[in-house]
Design a binder for this molecule. Structure first.
Ligand SMILES: NC(=O)c1ccc[n+]([C@@H]2O[C@H](COP(=O)([O-])OP(=O)(O)OC[C@H]3O[C@@H](n4cnc5c(N)ncnc54)[C@H](O)[C@@H]3O)[C@@H](O)[C@H]2O)c1
Length: 421
C-alpha cells in the first residue's frame, strides 16, 4: 500500500498555501499590542545560524515588530560571541559548549532558531518545546530514523502546546514553488507519473583536524563530512529536492533502492555520489541523484512528468491552462518569508507546524542513504513501523548526548562498502 501524508500534514501545507495566497488579506491583521516585540535565541552560530538570525530580524521588520536577541549558543564560545555582537548581546549571554542550548533556551526568548549540525536537532528541539518555545528548525532534522521519529513526537507536543514549528525548507515559502504546487493540484499537468530530483554540485567545504584537537571539536567543525553529524549529503543537502517531490506528489515513497560511492573526498566517511530509485507506488518512480564532486556536471532542481504536462520545480510548467490565485509574498527571499510565516502564524493564533513534514522528508533521504550504504532495498515501513527491521534502530554514533557527556570517539574516516564481493 502506498503511504500517504496524513491529513494533518496535508492541512499544514494548505495553511502554508493560504499564507502565500493571502499575504495581503487574511493575514493583514493589526498585530496585538503585546506582539510589538519578540525575543529570540540562536543555537548554532555558523553560516546558516547567522543567516537565520538576520532573516528573522528582516521578517520582524516586515511585520513592524521589534526584536531582542536574548542569547546565542555555539559549541565554540567565540562563534557565539561573534554572532551575538551584531545584536548587542552581552558577552555573558553568548554561551559556548555542547550544553549551551540549555542556556539559550533558558534566556527568556519566545523563539529559538536552531542551526547546529543536524545530529543535535532532535535533542535541542525536544528541549525547546519542553520549555514552551516557538521553534525554527533548520533542515534536515535528524541523521537517523530514531532521531526523525523523535522529531515527529516532539512536533505533536508542540501542537498540543500551541507552539509554532517552522523548518528551513524555504522552497515551501517561495511564490514560484507555491504557484506550481497549486497548478499541479488544480490538474495542470494531470497525474504525476514520474520525475527526477537532483543536487549535483561540489563539496561545500572540508576542515582538517588541528594539532592535538579533540574528537568532539574536530567533528563539530568538520561535521559536513561525517554521516553521524550531517546524515551524508543526500540527507543534509539533497533533502531540499526530496522534500519538493514529497510535497508536490502529496505522498511518501514505499521503497528506496540506491547506489553510491566515494571517488574524491579526502576527509570524513561519506559518499561522493548517490543515485536512488524511489518507488512511490502506483507505478510512479522518482529518480534521485546527488553528487558532490568538483569539476563534474552540476544541476540542482526537480522535474515532474505528468499525464498532461511537465513541471520543473519552481520553474517552467507546461500543461493545461488552469487558473490559480496569485501568490503575493512579503519577501521574495524564501528564507525571510519562512520567518514571516512563522511569526505571523503565532500572532494570528494559527501556529504552523512543519515538524512532521520535515521529519518525513529527512526519513526519505535516510532511506536512500541506508539503501546505498548497504546495497539493500529499504522500505518506508523499515524506518517508521517495523521495529524488527535492522534499519529501524540503526543509530548514528557518537550522538548528541555523547557530546554533552564528553564521551566522543570520532568514526573511522572510511566510507561504507555495500554488498559482498
Ligand atoms: N535551508 C538552507 O538552505 C540551509 C543552508 C545551509 C545550511 N543549512 C542547515 O543549517 C545547519 C547549519 O549549517 P551551517 O552551514 O550553518 O554550518 P556551520 O558549520 O557554518 O554552522 C554550524 C554551527 O554549529 C555549531 N555547533 C556544532 N555543534 C553544536 C552544538 N552541539 N551546539 C551548539 N553549536 C554547535 C558549530 O560550531 C558551527 O558554528 C545544517 O543543518 C545545514 O544543513 C540550511
Amino acid at each position: 500500500m502506498t503511504p500517504t501524508l496524513n491529513r494533518r500534514s496535508f492541512l499544514g501545507n494548505t495553511t502554508l498555501l493560504g499564507a502565500g495566497l493571502a499575504a495581503s488579506s487574511v493575514f493583514a491583521v493589526n498585530l496585538p499590542a503585546s506582539t510589538k516585540k519578540v525575543k529570540v535565541g540562536l543555537i548554532g552560530c555558523g553560516g546558516r545560524g547567522n543567516g537565520a538570525l538576520a532573516d528573522f530580524t528582516a521578517a520582524c521588520k516586515i511585520l513592524g515588530i521589534e526584536v531582542e536577541v536574548t542569547a546565542t549558543g555555539d559549541a565554540f564560545k567565540d562563534k557565539a560571541e561573534t554572532a551575538g555582537q551584531k545584536y548587542a548581546v552581552a558577552a555573558e549571554r553568548c554561551f559556548g559548549g555542547f550544553d549551551s542550548y540549555h542556556k539559550v533556551i533558558a534566556s527568556g526568548c519566545d523563539y529559538v532558531l536552531m542551526a547546529t549540525p543536524p545530529a543535535f536537532r532532535p535533542v535541542h528541539f525536544a528541549a525547546a518545546v519542553e520549555a514552551g518555545k516557538h521553534c525554527f528548525i533548520e533542515k534536515p532534522v535528524a541523521v537517523d530514523a530514531a532521531g526523525a521519529r523523535s522529531v515527529i513526537a516532539t512536533g505533536e507536543k508542540a501542537k498540543a502546546k500551541g507552539l509554532a514549528v517552522v523548518a528551513g525548507t524555504q522552497r515551501r515559502h517561495m511564490a514560484d514553488y507555491l504557484r506550481n504546487k497549486a497548478l499541479i493540484d488544480a490538474g495542470a499537468i494531470g497525474q504525476i507519473k514520474g520525475g527526477v530530483v537532483q543536487w549535483n554540485g561540489t563539496v561545500p567545504w572540508t576542515k582538517r583536524r588541528n594539532e592535538g584537537e579533540s574528537d568532539a571539536s574536530y567533528l563539530a567543525r568538520n561535521w559536513l563530512n561525517f554521516t553521524e553529524m550531517s546524515g551524508d549529503h543526500i540527507v543534509e543537502q539533497h533533502v531540499h529536492n526530496l522534500d519538493v517531490a514529497i510535497w508536490f506528489l502529496g505522498r511518501l515513497p514505499v521503497t528506496a533502492v540506491g547506489f553510491g560511492g566515494r571517488a574524491r573526498r579526502q576527509t570524513g566517511n561519506m559518499f561522493d555520489f548517490f543515485s536512488v530509485d524511489y518507488d512511490f507506488g502506483d507505478d510512479v518512480h522518482i529518480h534521485s541523484q546527488c553528487r558532490q564532486i568538483t569539476g563534474a556536471y552540476g544541476r540542482v532542481g526537480e522535474l515532474f512528468t505528468g499525464t498532461e504536462g511537465v513541471c520543473y520545480g519552481g520553474g517552467k510548467l507546461k500543461g493545461k491552462d488552469v487558473k490559480v490565485a496569485e501568490f503575493k509574498m512579503d519577501s521574495e527571499n524564501g528564507m525571510v518569508q519562512e520567518h514571516v510565516d512563522m511569526i505571523r502564524s503565532v500572532i494570528t493564533g494559527k501556529p504552523l507546524n512543519d515538524a512532521k513534514s520535515i521529519a518525513e522528508s529527512t526519513l526519505v533521504a535516510i532511506m536512500g542513504r541506508i539503501s546505498a550504504y548497504t546495497g539493500e532495498i529499504v522500505r518506508w515501513s523499515d524506518l517508521v513501523e517495523n521495529d524488527k527491521s535492522p534499519f529501524y534502530n540503526q543509530l548514528c554514533a557518537p550522538a548528541a548526548i555523547d557530546f554533552e557527556k564528553g564521551d566522543v570517539k570520532a568514526p573511522e574516516e572510511v566510507p561504507p562498502v555495500p554488498g559482498k564481493a
